[in-house]
Design a protein around this ligand. Structure first.
Ligand SMILES: NC(=O)c1ccc[n+]([C@@H]2O[C@H](COP(=O)([O-])OP(=O)(O)OC[C@H]3O[C@@H](n4cnc5c(N)ncnc54)[C@H](O)[C@@H]3O)[C@@H](O)[C@H]2O)c1
Ligand SMILES: N[C@H](CO)Cc1c[nH]c[nH+]1
Ligand SMILES: [Zn+2]
Length: 439
């Protein structure tokens, strides 16, 4: 039964069998469609200014972009007591919800903890891998258009599980208003100091250090396109976790899920940001019409309708495909941050999924549950980077060193092999260094 389709929501409709499908989908997905020249240029300028002028530039951009008239970084630095009092002042219901989410997130991440290992060969040579936490992690908590206490937990708890010694947290406070829930979450997650700065300027400050804000070893966390572009720009100066930019959801529906549920699942990510991306794929065209009608009915009921509407019109799509197989090919091409398999038998499709940040299995698994409290991390790769990146995890806060300890016998055996290879490379100091140890 075809539901009537009105044109109230001008969301892109695509069909895989159309001639220009590939080109239109590629244009919709392109990183440059959000991080355009203007964004890149602005980020480059901001990063250079903060690198060269430190706190002065950080304060200037905070005035310009967050409308905070601070003259000293001390005004933008919140210590342990302030975080503690935010936690103490929370209504019980919010404190309990935060604590429950924190417990589940901690428990999930405990299972990720990699251990050091080593083994001994017959001649006594020991080989192994030593896992070490990074010394100082910088966590970016977004805060421009919404407050993200959940992102505090998702960033800081795995850092603690990993054994990170020091966490530097930044979060913008637009108009000088800082979310009590965010500060309370910071206390709960063991963060001791928060700087209320955001955007590319905060990323640059953590990468290069300023008079006040210490330089970190690695920057993690999600953010809008300015934050994601800045993280990309400072990579190499510091480590970064991944590109975790504007949120994305790709839903694959077999046509049997309530269209209103799907409409709201798509809205749940579209409401984050005008640059967010919500896409529905189905081999049931009438179902796509029904979901579009549901979206048109429900969109005006959203508090964040203006943001969601721009996201849906500019970056969203309803895609008709021929069958389930073609839907799965699209999944792997799009490599979405979040994939909802809204089908009767999601386990049957799971082996076909190669690229997705997080996979939500079945009609009852709303992506929103993963955002807050299911347990897995909600900091996830966007813009197709799930092809090579993973969810934020304990492993992002650790690195590995190789261990080699040769016995006299082992040094002799390896020395002969190394000598041959070194002479083959004409690196004779290498060869002679190895040969000294040959018995
Ligand atoms: N991928 C993930 O894991 C994940 C998780 C949570 C949230 N998110 C995303 O994080 C983002 C949060 O965005 P947000 O805007 O609410 O907060 P944000 O903290 O990411 O960005 C706010 C900052 O952007 C900067 N900014 C805004 N407009 C600017 C301009 N014109 N020029 C230069 N800088 C500018 C300002 O410095 C401001 O402080 C959303 O896109 C959301 O979808 C992603
Ligand atoms: N969906 C976001 C990740 O893209 C995470 C989040 C936090 N709060 C709500 N949602
Ligand atoms: Zn979300």
């Amino acid at each position: 039964m075809n539901a009537p389709v009105s044109n109230d929501l001008a969301i892109t409709r695509l069909s895989t069998w159309e001639e220009d499908f590939d080109a239109r989908l590629s244009a919709l997905l392109a990183w440059e469609s959000v991080s355009d020249k203007a964004v890149q240029q602005s980020v480059d300028e901001i990063v250079t200014a903060v690198r060269e002028q430190g706190d002065a530039a950080l304060l200037e951009y905070t005035r310009r972009f967050d409308r905070v008239e601070a003259t000293d970084m001390g005004e933008l630095t919140l210590g342990k007591e302030r975080l503690e009092s935010a936690f103490a002042g929370l209504p019980d219901q919010q404190r309990d919800a935060l604590a429950q989410a924190a417990e589940r997130i901690r428990e999930y991440h405990q299972r990720q903890k990699p251990e050091s290992w080593q083994y001994t060969e017959a001649d006594g040579t020991v080989l192994g891998q030593k896992v070490t936490p990074i010394d100082r992690a910088g966590i970016y908590v977004p805060g421009g258009k919404a407050a993200y206490p959940s992102s505090v937990l998702m960033n800081a708890l795995p850092a603690h599980v990993a054994g990170v010694r020091e966490i530097v947290m930044v979060v913008p406070a637009p108009g000088g208003v800082v979310s009590e829930l965010v500060l309370a979450a910071a206390h709960l997650a063991g963060v001791e100091r928060v700087y209320t700065v955001g955007g590319a300027q905060a990323v640059a400050a953590m990468a290069y250090g300023t008079e006040t804000l210490p330089k970190v070893d690695k920057i993690v966390g999600p953010g809008n396109i300015f934050v994601a572009t800045a993280k990309r720009a400072v990579f190499g100066q510091v480590g970064i976790d991944m590109i975790a930019g504007p949120s994305e959801i790709l839903v694959v529906s077999d046509g049997q899920t309530d269209p209103e549920w799907l409409a709201m699942d798509l809205f749940s990510q579209a409401e984050h940001d005008q640059d967010a991306q919500a896409i529905l794929v189905s081999w049931d065209e009438a179902h796509l019409d029904e979901v579009q009608s549901a979206m048109e009915r429900l969109l005006p009921t959203l508090e964040r309708e203006p943001i969601a509407r721009v996201s849906l019109v500019e970056r969203g799509a309803l895609i008709a495909c021929r069958d389930q197989k073609e839907a799965m090919e699209l999944v792997n091409r799009i490599a979405p941050e979040h994939l909802e398999l809204s089908v009767a038998d999601p386990e049957a499709l799971l082996p076909e999924v190669r690229h997705a940040g997080a996979i939500f299995m079945g009609r009852y698994t709303a992506e929103a549950l993963g955002d807050y409290c299911a347990g897995p991390n909600h900091v996830l790769p966007t813009s197709g980077t799930a092809r090579f990146s993973s969810p934020l995890g304990v492993y992002d806060f650790q690195k590995r060193s190789s261990i080699i300890q040769c016995s006299p016998e082992g040094a002799s055996v390896l020395g002969k092999t190394a000598s041959v290879l070194a002479r083959g490379e004409s690196l004779t100091a290498h060869a002679r260094s190895a040969e000294y140890r040959i018995k």
